[in-house]
Design a protein around this ligand. Structure first.
Ligand SMILES: [Zn+2]
Length: 77
């Protein structure tokens, strides 16, 4: 038996919505991190979401092995 790992991904539209809700509620931005692993500012987070859309993605890529929409292709172990 082989095992396959599939990373869950979140739709960019939903991610943007919950991030805007957090911003309105005065919470720190928590979902999107930079290359240093620390959360981005809200402005930078929304810029990043739009950059991903410009690349043709409709979900936030959960790992490095994704298809053209940003979804995980699955990993064999
Ligand atoms: Zn993956």
């Amino acid at each position: 038996m082989t095992t396959r790992t599939l990373h869950m991904s979140i739709a960019l539209d939903y991610l943007e919505e919950v991030t805007r809700e957090d911003e309105r509620a005065g919470k720190p931005q928590q979902f999107i991190t930079g290359t240093d692993g620390r959360p981005l500012s809200y402005v930078a987070a929304f810029v990043h979401i739009n950059e991903l859309r410009a690349e043709g993605l409709d979900v936030f890529p959960p790992c490095r092995d994704t298809d053209a929409t940003g979804r995980c292709r699955g990993h064999h172990e």
